[in-house]
Write a protein that binds this ligand. Structure first.
Ligand code: APR
Length: 233
């Protein structure tokens, strides 16, 4: 049976594809006030601004592609039961070929009803521009299918179960600043190998982590070598 490799990814995973991170200098939260574009209060105050922010993010998706890091993680499915937990709202893991991707913070390519959260729709690329007046089948305005600050994280319990089931755990490109996602490391079983790929120091409160201080592409290449070596031992 294949070992289960659980990978927690953040914005740094997609940085080499040309998508901005949030908290690096020049990151998205430097350019856009987070409380205006990523909170329910911001949406209530100025829905047009928020729809436009995510319309722009969606259009970016059309011009980027998975980087070597995404492709390397997808390739690991040959030897491992790979489960990705991503904080990213882009679709680059899926486009790289990964088959098990849990999106903790929602998905850019989806919208949902403001009146019935069970009504979720996948947008075709020619409908990426969501406007005021675009409604669900019950007549409620559509909103981005994104978990905003201050909102519940519906996929968290499943993410916890996934973290608990890991034989090997890897963290790539997240500053681990945002909870509950950052707390997932607390559910990773003690004694299993844990790797962290990031070009900068990340504080994890764990002392059993092997830190690969590299960008995602190079880091995933090195990780793959380490894991393959482990398979042949
Ligand atoms: N390869 C790997 N990691 C990188 C790279 C790279 N090429 N470039 C930058 N990084 C690292 C940064 O050093 C940082 O540790 O990626 C991390 C990005 O951190 P954040 O910008 O804070 O992004 P993230 O942790 O994903 O944010 C979590 O916050 O705003 C919310 O909902 C949003 O999902 C997001 C959440």
């Amino acid at each position: 049976m294949k070992k289960r490799l659980v990978v927690l990814t953040g914005a740094g995973m997609s940085a080499e594809s040309g998508i901005s991170t949030f908290r690096d200098s020049g990151g998205l939260w430097d350019k856009y006030p987070v409380e205006q574009v990523a909170t329910p209060e911001g949406f209530a105050a100025n829905p047009q601004l928020v729809l436009d922010f995510y319309n722009t993010r969606r259009k970016e998706l059309l011009n980027v592609k998975p980087n070597e890091g995404h492709l390397g993680i997808a390739a690991l499915e040959k030897d491992f039961d790979v489960r990705i937990i991503t904080q990213n709202v882009d679709n680059l893991h899926e486009r790289a070929g990964s088959s098990q991707v849990l999106h903790l913070h929602g998905e850019l390519t989806k919208v949902r009803s403001t009146g019935d959260e069970s009504l979720i729709y996948e947008l075709p690329p020619d409908k990426y521009d969501v406007k005021i007046g675009d409604k669900c089948e019950k007549g409620f305005q559509l909103r981005p299918h994104i978990v905003w600050f201050g909102e519940a994280v519906p996929m968290f319990d499943e993410a916890v179960r996934t973290a608990q089931s890991a034989d090997i755990f890897v963290v790539i490109g997240t500053s681990l600043n945002v909870y509950p996602a950052a707390g997932l490391l607390n559910y990773v079983p003690k004694g299993i190998p844990v790797y962290l790929i990031d070009p900068k120091e990340v504080n994890t409160y764990r002392n059993d982590i092997r830190f690969l201080k590299k960008g995602a592409s190079e880091g995933v290449r090195e990780l793959t070598e380490i894991l393959r070596k482990g398979l042949s031992e």
